[in-house]
Write a protein that binds this ligand. Structure first.
Ligand code: SAM
Length: 256
């Protein structure tokens, strides 16, 4: 399978999903920043720099671009790039609804058209973080960032990927279902999309090789809230995610 095949497959997959994701996009555009499957508030996770005034920021795999909207409201100058015209159509509609304009590009976050060292901050929430090949998008993020610039990304935890069952309607159990060794490209029987997940050691080596210092690896657990979702997606429930992290955030800074 060549990279361009995966890109085409993921474009078709996300164009097909866009309608179903529009409502979540609308909610997130209207709300305060919160993250991942469990809607963990930014105040608890701290993914964003407190002062983003004047920062050039890029969202890699922006989808409906609510993260970019949050960045813009914090004073940054965001640019979103996404591979799906339909996801970007929702993002453009929401820009109009909210009267908030920033550039949105149709393209591949693994090979963007932007000049070297043109951003101070790069972020992905389930965009490039899981849908792009890390061996291509991490070096690209390093190229885009200025020395001292920060990269933050959130996706499924490596551990979760080892325990996630193949039938989509089953939730993870305490059994490891596949080897960690060599983990990289994932296809699922009930999905046409292609994901990428690598082990922690691979992430650290790749980030360092690409010119980053790793600042943090935050394991995400559901907040203790009585009103939170018990099973936001079929593949994981609150009991599992309270014992083991089903999501993780990497923070890295480009070496000066
Ligand atoms: C779950 S969405 C995450 C984005 C955003 N947080 C949201 O929920 O709308 C995944 C996005 O990654 C995008 N994507 C997948 N492969 C991509 C690639 N190679 N380059 C840029 N975007 C990509 C998809 O088109 C999709 O909009």
């Amino acid at each position: 399978m060549t990279p361009s095949d995966d890109l085409a497959r993921n474009r078709a997959f996300w164009d097909g999903q866009a309608h179903a994701y529009a409502e979540a996009g609308e909610r997130s555009w209207s709300g305060e920043p919160n993250w991942g499957l469990w809607d963990v508030p930014e105040a608890e996770l701290g993914l964003l720099p407190t002062d983003m005034t004047g920062l050039d920021a890029i969202e890699l795999g922006c989808g409906t671009a609510y993260v970019s909207a949050w960045l813009a409201r914090r004073g940054a100058r965001p640019v979103g790039i996404d591979n799906s015209p339909e996801q970007l159509a929702t993002a453009r509609r929401l820009q109009t609804t909210h009267g908030l304009a920033f550039p949105l590009h149709l393209g591949n976050a693994e090979a963007t058209p932007f000049p070297d060292a043109s951003f101070d901050f790069a972020i992905s929430e389930y965009g490039a973080a899981i849908w792009c090949d890390p061996h291509r998008w991490i070096p690209e993020a390093a190229r885009l960032l200025r020395p001292g610039g920060q990269l933050v990304f959130l996706g499924n935890s490596s551990l979760m990927m080892l325990a996630m069952p193949e039938p989509e309607n089953e939730a993870a159990t305490a059994r490891l279902l596949r080897p960690q060794r060599g983990m990289h490209r994932f296809e699922w029987p009930e999905s046409t999309g292609v994901e990428y997940h690598i082990s922690h050691g691979e992430w650290i080596r790749l980030l360092r090789r690409s010119g980053f210092e790793v600042e943090d690896l935050i394991e995400v657990y559901p907040p203790d809230r009585a009103d939170g979702p018990t099973r936001p997606y079929p593949f994981v429930d609150r009991a599992w995610a309270s014992a083991w992290p089903c999501e993780e955030v990497w923070k890295a800074r480009k070496r000066r």
